[in-house]
Design a protein around this ligand. Structure first.
Ligand SMILES: [Zn+2]
Length: 105
């Protein structure tokens, strides 16, 4: 239970922190774009079962693989894509923290 609170808490608090620290003048817009990157979890629909509480998303789902994370990282250097990239990378950090807490990584 406390793990899901930390997990979902990170999904919101990390983008909020980055938005406030680095995009102060437009933090709401930055925050919303980063939060919107949670759509990457759509790849869970391709998995069977769709939701498995004991499974580590990172390295398992198509958009959570290490090469996908590499692509997100590269996009951070392309200014128009940076916020999308940051949102995706922070999402991976939150998912990864979950795996770490479960001991599946
Ligand atoms: Zn995810």
């Amino acid at each position: 239970m406390w793990q899901s609170i930390i997990h979902y808490g990170l999904h919101f608090s990390l983008p909020l922190l980055v938005a406030i620290l680095f995009y102060r003048s437009q933090w709401k817009k930055a925050f919303l774009i980063m939060i919107a990157m949670m759509v990457v979890d759509i790849d869970h629909l391709l998995a069977d079962p769709i939701f498995d509480p004991g499974r580590c998303s990172v390295g398992f789902h198509f958009l959570h693989t290490y090469w996908a994370i590499g692509v997100y990282f590269i996009c951070a250097f392309i200014k128009p894509l940076r916020l999308f990239s940051l949102g995706l990378l922070l999402h991976m950090v939150a998912d990864f923290t979950d795996c770490w807490m479960m001991g599946t990584w």
